[in-house]
Design a protein around this ligand. Sequence first.
Ligand code: XLS
Ligand code: CA
Ligand code: CA
Length: 439
Amino acid sequence: MKTFFDSIPFVKYEGADSKNMLAFRHYNPDEIIMGKSMREHLKFAMSYWHTMCAEGSDMFGVGTISKNYGATDAMELAKNKAYAAMELMNKLDIDYFCFHDRDIAPEGRTLAESNERLDVISDLLLDLMKQNNKKLLWGTANCFNNPRYMHGAGTAPNADVFAFAAAQIKKALEITVKLGGNGYVFWGGREGYETLLNTDMKKELDNMAYLMRLAVDYGRSIGFTGDFYIEPKPKEPTKHQYDFDAATVISFLKTYGLDKDFKLNIEANHATLAGHTFQHELAVARINGAFGSIDANQGDMLLGWDTDQFPTNIYETAMCMLEVIRAGGFTNGGLNFDAKTRRGSNTPEDIAYSYIAGMDGFALGLKIADKIIKDGTIDSFIAERYSSYNSGIGKKIADRAATIAELEQYALSMGEVTTNISGRQEYLENIVNSIMFKG
Ligand code: XLS
Ligand code: CA
Ligand code: CA
């Protein structure tokens, strides 16, 4: 097999004391935690778009790292990328990847040509996946990059654009099924609006839901048994993204009867852009039975845009893994590193350092979440905090057996509430610190 990452070794677990920064300190794939290996708990995936494609350009400058893999034409590039992807995943011990249609094969002059290119590259990927024991976590269609999608895809005011998007999604679903993917993502790229002076919001939402319904029906008809996901994001590129946050998306799914087929793909950076914590978004998904998959990254609290940084904040990974465990773990989903190295981190080794940091970050998060659960203080504190619902008037409320007149009678005879107790936030924060850090 052609090789492209000669400076990156096969990364192995060496333990917390290792000085080798091209080794895992905490991610020990075979270590058993709560009855499952870390590999099974974490289900790491590589994002094809950032890792294999993006060259570090931003609106102030061109790329700083080449991702042309020695190719001289677009299809050779796509093929070399597929080989390079396998090599990198092997070296980093990553089992899964995620892609947009246009990440794996370049768009052609016509839809037919684009589809032929997808056939060629997906044939190659299928072979390479078998040889290298790699799996597709989820696929998606890039319905936001091409100028045709300037006003949206499923929400476009132009029916021809809607039809084109539907055709593109149909093909992306076929490729996802062909490669054995267990997930298909809708991230609403340009599904939103800038001004109501030119927008019929109701028509756009109705159309977006209809496109999803068409995708579900077609996907199921060709044997896709996995999960469809919506990935919430509040802004960027449009001012008002329709899939603002988990609660908004769940309400949309229920309104349009799509909640049986769709779960959520929660991205950390999108959560914070919506003014929520990552943990909040995961909890909203979980309590609504919509927890599906995760785009693992982090934003910068000082920047108001989607920086897609590799996740190294251990408080965040720990609280995330606590939610994943509470949700019963991943089924079809996993942890996709929708993350990129900073523009100034521009060598192949930086890609390895970044993934190692992210994987170790989540391995530590998993271990800490396990300790928090075993320690039990947090869970029993929460249970105790609501214990007034276990007896007396509280039990009646919990059983939904109280009348409002009875509650009035109870309140009148009580006089004033004298039973409120401290929420002990700082005490609990210190408990978490004492579990995380032994000094
Ligand atoms: C962009 C999104 C995107 C989706 C897949 O902000 O994170 O990359 O994950 O289309
Ligand atoms: Ca994402
Ligand atoms: Ca993002």
